[in-house]
Design a protein around this ligand. Structure first.
Ligand code: FES
Length: 283
């Protein structure tokens, strides 16, 4: 079982976790993810690969506590064992020299775009990164993203750092003023990716989003991660997770994500009662 090599808190309830996974590190590409199980009977939860080191044979995951298993992962410490890590899964991001690209991250999405930013930079792209968080203390990966971006714009909802407002504000300004932007890529909460797609739609600039529905097997067998894109059914784990944001059925994606909320809250309540995870937040 892989032992956690390094773990620390990037922001409240958001953790940097480095684990040994030499085969995954060797084969993984930007945009792909792994599925982690914490215990023998634990549920399988997908996490985007935020970074990898082929020399070291390690991958880095950034885990935000949003449910039972991610909270259990958050409670682990350096040296603790993870039951298993399956991957790399999903299709790799399209990486070529597109010219000028806007990369957008919201919350945990700031970590998810890091590996992609590195790959796009290496391919010769000019990268403008727009990242956001509710407040300064929740902003993650700013330094790492500045290192691989030509320009970085930081937005916070409360104005405690960078500019106050939503990430779609500078996106709209840039698309209005710079007609050489050829692609927008957004990773973050569903409302953020939806808003980004609606902002770029009138400009006709290709917009890619990385969807994050519930996943179980991660191999296209269970149907849990079904998404509708351009009126057709796809499975995010094998056909995605990246899709054309202008074609994703976000209404359905939101409904399917909410469908599992009561079960998730029930699972967390049970765990809290059994004191399996002391740090579980209140429902
Ligand atoms: Fe089962 Fe995608 S996770 S089909």
């Amino acid at each position: 079982m892989p032992k956690i090599l390094e773990k620390y808190e990037l922001a409240p309830k958001t953790h940097y976790i480095k684990v040994p996974a030499p085969l995954i590190a060797k084969h993984a590409k930007a945009g792909q993810f792994v599925i982690v199980r914490v215990g023998e009977h634990g549920e399988r939860v997908p996490f985007t690969i935020a970074d990898l080191d082929t020399q070291e044979g390690t991958i880095t995951l950034v885990v935000q506590e949003v449910g039972k298993t991610s909270t259990a992962v958050g409670a682990l410490k350096t040296g603790d064992e993870i039951q298993d890590i399956l991957g790399p899964l999903g299709l790799a991001s399209e990486v070529e020299n597109f010219g000028k690209v806007i990369l957008m991250g919201g919350g945990f999405g700031n970590a998810a775009i890091h590996l992609l930013a590195k790959a796009l930079k290496k391919a010769g792209n000019q990268i403008i990164t727009i990242i956001g968080a509710r407040t300064k203390e929740l902003l993650i990966m700013e330094k790492e993203l500045r290192n691989v971006s030509n320009e970085t714009i930081v937005m916070t909802d409360d104005g405690s750092y960078g500019r106050q407002g939503l990430v779609t504000q500078p996106l709209k300004e840039l698309l209005e003023s710079d007609k050489t932007i050829t692609r927008v890529i957004a990773v973050g909460p569903i409302p953020m990716m939806r808003a980004v797609s609606e902002t770029s739609r009138p400009f006709g600039v290709k917009t890619i989003v990385s969807v994050n529905p519930i996943m179980v097997d991660g191999t296209g067998m269970c149907g849990g991660c079904r998404v509708t894109v351009s009126g057709k059914t796809f499975f995010a784990c094998v056909d995605g997770p990246e899709f054309d944001g202008h074609q994703v059925d976000f209404d359905e994606l939101v409904k399917r994500t909410r469908m599992y909320k009561p079960s998730e809250l029930h699972a967390m309540d049970q765990c809290r009662m059994e004191s399996k995870i002391e740090s579980l937040p209140k429902a």
